[in-house]
Design a protein around this ligand. Structure first.
Ligand code: SF4
Ligand code: SF4
Length: 379
């Protein structure tokens, strides 16, 4: 039996997505754990009010294929996420409508509207010792992590591991950024969340990914694959390979490897399908090396943060002064002056919430010349 699979899927056509998902999951016995009467929670990436063609969210046709397979096995299905911004029914309904989830409700899946939260202690957490999450997940017998493959301003890549950050309710997410301002700690926090939920299956919609100014305002990019794996780390190892990244550029993969949860490379996995057939050689993702792995307080971190750190940067011509970035900023580092966002660099913790949630794509990730140079030189 394989650990993971990668299967070709050229586009979002109902027949093709169903065929690809079936092959990807069957190759690893991915749904064998599902028994009649079980309740399965699917956690897609529904980060915001984005249409499927904008490639920010898990595509509804792939989710439809999974829902059908689960219903056929006699399970019931709940689909939920906590998008950015306030965790309210109004926001959830808008996100469900924009992302194509309402079709899945007609099929028999439940769309979560339970806003209750639950807080638990994590005695085994490496950095996260108390977790508040969306309580509906407790009703499920198992969780399936169904992510989207995207470039991510802060963490380099958003796929299966990062997707479970959506279990944190609404505005608690910026608080977590403030609690874990550097990338290495943030990565360990994400691993702690993954270890708490332990999804039974991780699937990645890499049919059309997002490159550039991800995870919300980037550019759709054809990748042409569906990935399935028995855990989120293996899924991310393959996803990273497709977009030219590995544990040297991704703190989540490095943290998972150091904690003995994942191998160092996708080449150590038993995979159904050929990863190399799907590698997109010129995929644009933020490849800053080094800084992501340094913990705050060290001299190297100080030096690197001055010379190498990516920073949010405003494109003034696109900014309409709506203030959404200031509302999302956990460090209260943004003020709106003369209808433009102004960042206080001393306060900024480089969480990139402003870049992620700017509705006009006016906030971008700026990489200093030194970082670009070092990356070119592979230092
Ligand atoms: S969210 Fe975007 S458009 Fe709105 S004020 Fe901030 S940078 Fe400008
Ligand atoms: S300015 Fe942007 S990147 Fe900096 S702390 Fe605020 S939201 Fe995060």
């Amino acid at each position: 039996m394989f650990d993971c699979s990668i299967v070709a899927c050229e586009g979002y056509d109902e027949e093709k997505t169903e065929k690809a998902l079936r092959e990807a999951t069957e190759a690893i016995g991915g749904l064998d754990f599902v028994k009649p009467g079980m309740k399965i929670a699917i956690k897609p990436n529904l980060v915001s009010f984005k249409k499927p063609e904008e490639a920010a969210t898990t595509h509804p046709l792939l989710l439809k294929a999974l829902v059908k397979m689960l219903l056929d096995r006699g399970a019931s299905v709940v689909i939920g996420d906590s998008p950015g911004g306030p965790h309210t029914t109004i926001v959830l309904n808008k996100v469900y409508a924009a992302t194509g989830m309402n079709e899945l409700e007609k099929l028999g899946a439940e769309l979560n509207r339970n806003l209750e939260e639950k807080t638990v202690d994590l005695p085994d957490g490496k950095v996260l010792h108390r977790l508040t999450y969306t309580a509906y997940l407790d009703e499920a017998d198992a969780i399936i992590d169904f992510c989207k493959l995207k470039a991510h301003g802060m963490m380099g890549m958003s796929a299966a591991v990062k997707n479970l950050y959506g279990t944190i309710p609404g505005l608690k997410k910026p608080e977590m950024h403030y609690q874990f301002p550097n990338e290495a700690d943030f990565a360990d926090m994400l691993i702690d969340i993954n270890e708490f939920f332990k999804p039974r299956l991780a699937i990645c919609d890499a049919v059309i990914g997002m490159e550039g100014n991800g995870p919300l305002n980037g550019t759709p990019r054809q990748v042409g694959a569906v990935i399935a794996a028995k855990n989120s780390y293996d899924c991310d190892l393959i996803g990273a390979a497709l977009i030219g990244m590995d544990i040297n550029g991704l703190p989540t993969l490095k943290a998972a490897y150091e904690r003995g949860l994942a191998p160092k490379s996708w080449k150590e996995l038993k995979i159904h399908g050929n990863v190399e057939d799907f590698i997109v050689k010129d995929f644009k993702a933020p490849p800053v090396r080094g800084l992501r792995f340094m913990r705050k307080g060290t001299l190297m971190h100080f030096i690197s943060s001055k010379a190498l750190a990516q920073k949010p940067k405003l494109k003034p011509s696109l900014c309409v002064g709506c203030g959404e970035c200031a509302r999302m900023c956990p460090a209260k580092a943004i003020e709106i002056k003369n209808r433009k966002a102004v960042i206080d660099r001393e306060k900024c913790i480089r969480c990139f919430c402003c870049q992620e949630f700017c509705p006009k794509a006016a906030m971008v990730v700026h990489r200093p010349f030194t970082a670009k140079l070092l990356n070119k030189l592979k230092l």
